[in-house]
Write a protein that binds this ligand. Sequence first.
Ligand code: ADP
Ligand code: ZN
Length: 211
Amino acid sequence: MNMIFLGAPGAGKGTQAEVVCKELNIPAISTGNMLREAVKNSTEAGLKAKSYMDAGELVPDEVVIGILKDRIAQPDAQNGFILDGFPRTVQQAEALESMGVEIDKVIEIDVPDDAIIARMSGRRVCEGCGNSYHIEYKPTKVEGICDACGAKVVQRIDDKPETVLARLKTYHEKTAPLKDYYEKRGKLVTVKGQNEISETSRLTLAAIKGE
Ligand code: ADP
Ligand code: ZN
């Protein structure tokens, strides 16, 4: 099964993608994580992406589409995958279509902007493996240390309040139109994001199973 997880920054799509990929045993492919990795390693794509990411803007389509295309060609993605954070523009959705990628379901995690703004300051990400945490809703077992790999857990530069507002604006302008795009194709399922992560997971898994 090939799925897309759609939602505003901080709506919890990454967290849910991590849960669902374990449950279904398919990889969660996060373009945000891949881009952060590329920035860390100063690859050509990373160098192009950094200033956009720091400003809360979208990285140009051709950079992201290239990264994504290479990733879904990997052996572990041949039995299905979850795309977390891609597509983010109609042009990216069209690129997926022209690559011949069939999408079975688009799960939208819907969280109102005011709730997002309240949540963002608590978000943390692992420097090592990219796992996401929240100091209140999904704390690490040991403060500041990733449960999965033991590396340091930090706040992202683009989780600062000013940048969060820019990212929300970008989401509404560029990404939200994808709801219509996939609705028209009969693929969109909306899940109301809850404060309790496990409750959102329950609703998400039910939506995937078509309950
Ligand atoms: P969030 O969903 O919390 O905003 P991500 O980790 O998905 O965070 O993305 C972080 C940043 O990476 C985005 O603000 C954007 O600059 C860049 N990015 C990630 N995915 C894409 C994409 N599909 N197209 C363009 N830019 C992207
Ligand atoms: Zn880690």
